[in-house]
Design a protein around this ligand. Structure first.
Ligand SMILES: Cc1cc2nc3c(=O)[nH]c(=O)nc-3n(C[C@H](O)[C@H](O)[C@H](O)COP(=O)(O)O)c2cc1C
Length: 179
């Protein structure tokens, strides 16, 4: 059987294909000059253990991009199951994102949202060109995880619930790996 693959021609179709890769959902925040900013992001990922680096990318059209470029501290709030409303709120550039939203300042001053599944407090490390996005590589300074909270999942353009019915341990790392 031959598998027909298309070149990237239709951006909507490409986006739909990328949606086959499930992600979590984060609200990344910063507060340069004390004014809070927050944006829903699924582009968050882990990058390096030593040094501890994570990444996310921001659309060049985002109204708040200059604030992200100026910020010297970020908080990645990993949303939990049941926080889809927060995700929608922080994805709406026209909404009053912070109105009525409980939040606390992290030690470095970035807004922390209660009820999340994990928090990573970060400082800038590097910024790279990412086509129509800017890739932010940030260094984790402190963190907290709540393993009993299930993370919210985003897949095929929809919020989904994690089904923890099957939990298979991968046959990795092997002895030959790293340690
Ligand atoms: C589930 C989900 C994931 C998103 N992921 C990203 C992302 O990784 N990067 C990004 O720039 N925008 C992402 N967005 C869109 C932004 O959250 C949205 O455009 C935001 O309001 C832009 O911020 P602004 O108010 O500064 O323009 C995502 C939206 C949703 C609903």
């Amino acid at each position: 059987m031959s598998l027909h693959m298309h070149p990237v021609a239709d951006p909507r179709d490409f986006r739909r294909a990328l949606g086959q890769f499930p992600t979590g959902v984060c609200v990344v925040t910063c507060a340069p000059d004390g004014t809070p900013h927050g944006m829903t992001m699924s582009s968050f990922n882990t990058l390096s253990l030593d040094p501890p680096l994570v990444l996310f990318s921001i659309d060049r059209r985002a109204l708040s991009l200059p604030e992200w470029e100026r910020a010297d501290a970020f908080a990645v709030n990993v949303l939990a199951d049941g926080q889809a409303e927060l995700s929608n709120r922080f994805a709406n550039p026209r909404g009053r994102k912070w109105e009525g939203v409980e939040h606390h300042a992290s030690p470095l001053g970035a807004p922390i949202l209660p009820g999340a599944a994990a928090w990573y407090e970060c400082v800038p490390h590097a910024r790279h060109d990412g086509g129509d996005h800017v890739l932010f590589v940030v260094r984790v300074r402190s963190y907290r995880a709540e393993p009993e909270r299930r993370p919210l999942v985003f897949c095929q353009g929809r919020y989904m619930q994690l089904d923890t019915g099957t939990r298979e341990v991968p046959s990795w790392p092997l002895d030959i790996h790293y340690f």
